[in-house]
Design a protein around this ligand. Structure first.
Ligand code: FE2
Length: 159
């Protein structure tokens, strides 16, 4: 589908959507993994981490909505199905068990980092065809990078 009035030329639009769709899959998975972590975190220092994880869920859900709606603005149907996301996500599966606080922080920091790397790849790809999408993704990455700092700040010893 295209809109009657299209912002980008078809080849530009296709390049932008091709860069954004994998990021959407990562964010949908990230939102679900953060909830899994929120439910299963256990042990000393549980409560602030349990609450912090829900703050990140809120950011991740907002980001996935903004990414999907940007794809819509460009005239393409975003793909947000759980079945497709399950195979397309670039994040590793979260454990099935309860997870202690330190391990939870490490697992979440790794997944935030992976999502940010994907975002930064997309940012590099969309800048030339569409600086507006680039701006959106930069804002999303800045927010996620702040969350990564907050998670890493109480993850074990400083290196
Ligand atoms: Fe909850």
């Amino acid at each position: 589908m295209s809109w009657k009035r299209n912002i980008l030329k078809t080849d530009q639009r296709d390049a932008v959507v091709k860069a954004m769709q994998p990021v959407l899959y990562d964010f949908i998975d990230l939102s679900l993994q953060l909830k899994q972590a929120h439910w299963c975190v256990k042990g000393a220092g549980f409560l602030p981490v349990h609450e912090q994880l829900d703050d990140i869920v809120e950011s991740a859900r907002k980001a996935s909505d903004e990414i999907a709606e940007r794809i819509v603005m460009l005239g393409v149907a975003p793909q947000g199905h759980i079945q497709t996301t399950a195979t397309a996500t670039r994040l590793e599966k979260y454990p099935d068990t309860f997870v202690n606080v330190d391990k939870t922080l490490t697992l979440i920091a790794d997944r935030l980092d992976k999502t940010i790397q994907g975002l930064r790849t997309a940012i590099a790809a969309v800048g030339e065809p569409d600086p507006i999408t680039e701006d959106l993704l930069i804002g999303i990455s800045a927010d996620l990078e702040k969350h990564l700092w907050f998670v890493q700040a109480h993850e074990g010893e400083a290196r």
